[in-house]
Design a protein. Sequence first.
Length: 91
Amino acid sequence: MPAKTSVIPSTTVEATVTSKGQVTLPKALRAQLGIRAGSKIRFSLHPHGGFMADRVLLELEDIWMMTDSAPGAKGVMSFEKMNEAKAKRAW
């Protein structure tokens, strides 16, 4: 059964930055985006100020580790096999 998520009723969410530059993401935001302990977030800076944040779903290193540990891995993998490996990844 999939985890129950709550929907954020607004398009904006606020959080406070600590003296160490840390921000706690509100629970509803974490639930909506599937962010949990250990999740990575990528920030994109806009040229006129501001930024956008996205959850990092897959990194190149993750794909390499999956291909190296796959049965019969020989160091070369087709795009089809790589897509199969990506599909098996639990987010």
